[in-house]
Ligand binder design. Structure first.
Ligand code: SAH
Ligand code: SF4
Length: 426
């Protein structure tokens, strides 16, 4: 078993288990995936390199791991040949293990993944004409229990490490065959850093990185990313690094159920697009379906949204709204939604998500006419409110369907779980 430490998470009463940042391996090597340049350098120095060499090697290895997707030190052509086995004896470049890969009839792909300590989690890839979006998990399970969400019926097992989070994006690039080809000679930040006198095998640069399928990332898989802030931050820094995975922050969206105290930090330190799982416009209904509302209410949440750094008309905040039959889908609810967003002068768009059912779910999806009418009212109020087409429902890959062990829970069991999770809300 991987060793875990206890860490108090903002908003929670009890500390929750958090895996160590470096995943220990049975062969004694350290897995470098998830580590920034500086930490790779520290490990190299601890293994015996002098400070200058450690820094240079860390920069090269960082580039090979994250920008080029190389998993074998032998392929790192600008590192002296004699040094490559030395690295391979001490370090590893891992990926989450794939337990199962599924394909939907609509092109959506879902992977069931396993951590080194045998916890399972999921990741989903959703291609469409204009973009390809990878839906990334931040936790195994979730401490919260939004009543319409399948993941909410799982206990939190643990936070994912930065390596397990960035590892999902790397695995997707592996699966889609999207690592740049060729070598980096003469190219960008990582260009010819080979200052060895030793033999290396650089060839002329033939580096290509165009035509990507994976263009966007959403932190909307399993878990609440703002309850795993540090690891999500570390992982996304590597994803956004020009010499790492090189994805612009404008192509990344983080979704939160409304962990208000962490939102300002998310804006300042991560700076990606924000999506907020609003789902209801009255205290009564939101308390019931998004229980974190009992701790951070709608007003407080919208004030935090208005203060979110970078929010502007060009970069609007997305408000997710799941359409639940007879629960939150009336004309009056739609009008109240417009009023609330306008009262806070929010640069907002609303995503209407038809409820995706799962076994034992206590809700049904609103009728198509109801969803359409709701959308019209919000549009008439001057706010864009497209209806999202569910993707990957046939393989349980749609929003809120992710859950690794598929046993069905009775209503009584769901109620018991809700009670159990109550202390998490303070
Ligand atoms: N924990 C974060 C991100 C993961 S959920 C959050 O709650 O925002 C991603 C989105 O899917 C959220 O808006 C969530 O509320 C929504 N969702 C959850 N279950 C759903 C379901 N059964 N049908 C449709 N959307 C759902
Ligand atoms: Fe957790 Fe998000 Fe699901 Fe709520 S909707 S239970 S916060 S994963």
């Amino acid at each position: 078993m991987t060793e875990t430490a206890l860490m108090p998470i903002p908003g929670l009463v009890d500390p929750v288990p958090v895996a160590r940042a470096i995943t220990p391996r049975s062969d004694g090597r350290s897995d470098l995936v998830g580590l920034p340049r500086a930490e790779i350098g520290v490990l190299f120095e601890a293994a015996g390199l002098d400070a200058k060499a450690a820094k240079l090697r860390a920069k090269q290895v960082f580039h090979w791991i994250y920008h080029r997707g190389v998993t074998d030190f032998a392929a790192m052509t600008d590192i002296a040949k004699a040094m490559r086995p030395w690295l391979a004896e001490r370090f590893a470049i891992g990926r989450p293990e794939i337990v199962e890969a599924q394909h939907s009839t609509d092109g959506t792909r879902k992977w069931l993944l396993r951590t080194a300590d045998s916890h399972e989690f999921e990741m989903v890839f959703i291609p469409d004409e204009a973009r390809g979006t990878l839906c990334v998990s931040s936790q195994v399970g979730c401490t919260l229990n939004c009543r319409f969400c399948h993941t909410g019926t799982m206990r939190l097992v643990r936070n994912l490490t930065p390596g397990e989070i960035v590892g999902q994006v790397m695995l997707a690039r592996d699966a889609l065959g999207e690592w740049p080809n060729g070598n980096m000679a003469g190219f960008g930040a990582g260009s010819d850093t080979d200052d060895d006198d030793d033999e290396t095998d650089d060839a002329p640069g033939n580096y290509t990185s165009d035509g990507r399928l994976l263009t966007n990332i959403v932190m909307m898989g399993m878990g609440e990313p703002l309850y795993n802030f540090d690891h999500v931050l570390d992982a996304l820094k590597i994803v956004m690094d020009g010499d790492g995975l090189g994805l612009s922050k404008r192509r990344i969206t983080l979704s939160t159920s409304g962990v208000v105290p962490m939102m300002a930090r998310a804006g300042a330190e991560i700076g990606v697009n924000l999506a907020v799982s609003l789902h209801a416009v009255t205290k009564e209904v939101r308390d019931e379906i998004v229980p974190i509302n009992r701790k951070y209410g709608i007003e407080e949440l919208l004030v935090a949204c208005a203060a979110y750094p970078g929010a502007s008309n060009a970069r609007r905040i997305t408000f997710e709204y799941v359409m639940l039959d007879g629960v939150n889908d009336s004309d009056a609810n739609a009008r109240e939604l417009v009023r609330l967003l306008k009262a806070h002068r929010l640069p907002a768009k609303v995503n209407l998500i038809p409820f995706n059912p799962w076994p034992g779910a206590p809700y049904a999806c609103s009728s198509p006419e109801r969803v359409r009418r709701f959308s019209e009212i919000v549009f008439e109020g001057g706010i864009s409110a497209p209806i999202r087409t569910p993707r990957g429902r046939d393989i349980d890959a749609a929003c809120g369907q992710l859950k690794t062990s598929a046993e069905r829970k009775s209503r009584a069991e769901l109620d018991r779980l809700a009670e159990e999770k109550q202390p998490a809300l303070g």
